[in-house]
Design a protein around this ligand. Structure first.
Ligand code: GCO
Ligand code: MG
Length: 402
């Protein structure tokens, strides 16, 4: 079997997505997600201009060889653009392999390790009273785990809080919007939110919180310590993680579990965090971390050090990424949690998929391959629209981490 064509499809059914579709001489096709929020066209160009020409004529069965060829063969390694492009090719080749074998991809990864994939939803609101209602809504939908974010009093906009409760979309403007940030107000307020939520919902519901890279290690240590009585499942991205060693300091100050990794794109971004047991959950996902092949390598390393998976699953990761993530989630021994932000009905229509939600669990499709596709005709009706993530500034105007 040979690859005859590969197309890069950019579409905006409510938000932008970049998808690679690979075609073969035997009519079998495969899809891979290549979406990089706010930088979509760079990955589309990387694929169209520099990767697609290298795929034509290759044997789609050679997944590892193709991965190494694209990674080592480019000379320039790593980075979100390169790794998202490689991820798209890798994901599409796993899809093809599954279809050729007549098996869902999780069977090729060793088969099921669990009955379903536990997911967490996003409860967010302006006030604590409202967020209690949101948490209750997720609990009533069957969710076993809920991420809780509220507006911080005195700040105009807070990360994670949206008007539309089901379809959170952070890339909200054609040029970046800006919002003000106060670490002092945030640290003062957040513990009181979790005190209320834990009191109301008891010990069983898993609670999570995303700090979104806003703190220093010592500030994060203070927050983690203050949250200990409320037994969070994880505190996410407390500190930007370029300096992996910085987590040693944080770790000595709190027993609140730590989850990091949605912006990581290779095993090298997290090897110190994992091998020194500085984190509890690794949140890398298929589209930004080199596809199923490389993410599995990260999860296998993590398994040796008691670190579990907690893959990113925001709306800017397409249903193609979610499908691939679920096949991995259901098969690996050290699965932890999977983030699940629902896509809009328009997105779901453009990407017909077979995974489904029931009673707090997502289930991968049983169809051969990944069980997801792109409707190219429909996709063409939604042209690309520039959209950026916001920029954050401290009260004195200094650019901070969003
Ligand atoms: C999450 C993330 C997202 C990101 C978004 C950026 O935990 O889901 O932090 O909300 O901000 O994916 O593109
Ligand atoms: Mg996050």
């Amino acid at each position: 079997m040979r690859i005859t064509d590969a197309r890069v499809i950019v579409t905006c059914p409510g938000r932008n997505f970049v998808t690679l579709k690979i075609f073969t001489d035997e009519g079998v096709t495969g899809v891979g997600d290549a979406t990089l929020n706010g930088r979509e066209l760079t990955v589309a160009s990387y694929l169209t201009d520099h990767v697609v020409p290298l795929l034509i004529g290759r044997d789609p069965a050679r997944i590892e060889d193709t991965w190494q060829y694209l990674y080592r063969g480019a000379y320039w390694r790593r980075g979100p653009v390169t790794m998202s492009a490689i991820a798209a090719v890798d994901t599409a080749l796993w899809d093809i392999k599954g279809k050729v074998a007549g098996l869902p991809v999780y069977q090729l990864l060793g088969g099921r390790s669990r009955e379903g994939v536990t997911v967490y939803g996003h409860a967010n609101a302006e006030t604590v009273d409202e967020v209690l209602e949101e948490v209750a809504r997720y609990r009533d939908l069957g969710y076993k785990a809920v991420r809780v974010q509220t507006a911080v009093p005195g700040l105009d906009a807070t990360y994670g809080v949206s008007k539309d409760k089901m379809f959170y979309e952070p890339a909200d403007a054609a040029l970046p919007s800006e919002s003000a940030w106060s670490t002092e107000r945030y640290l003062d307020f957040v513990p009181s939110v979790f005190a209320r939520v834990r009191e109301e919902f008891g010990p069983d519901l898993k609670l999570l919180h995303d700090v979104h890279h806003r703190l220093t290690p010592i500030e994060a240590g203070r927050l983690g310590h203050a949250l200990e009585p409320y037994a969070l499942t994880w505190m996410e991205d407390p500190v930007p993680a370029e300096l992996q060693e910085g987590f040693r300091l944080l770790r000595t100050h709190t027993r609140t579990p730590i989850a990091v990794g949605e912006v990581f794109n290779s095993i090298w971004d997290c090897h110190t965090l994992i091998t020194e047991q500085l984190i509890d959950y690794i949140r890398a996902t298929v589209v930004h971390a080199g596809g199923i092949t490389h993410l599995r390598r990260i999860f296998d390393l993590a398994a040796l050090y008691h670190v579990r998976s907690g893959s990113h699953g925001a709306t800017d990761l397409s249903p193609v990424c979610m499908s691939a993530a679920l096949h991995l989630d259901v098969s690996i021994p050290n699965f932890g949690l999977q983030e699940y932000m629902r896509h809009t009905p328009e997105t779901d229509e453009v990407f017909p998929h077979g995974y489904w939600f029931e009673d707090g669990y997502l289930h991968p499709s049983e169809e051969p391959g990944l069980g997801v596709d792109i409707d190219e005709e429909l996709a063409a009706r939604y042209p690309y629209q520039p959209a950026y993530l916001p920029v954050s500034r401290l009260m004195d105007g200094t650019v901070h981490n969003w």
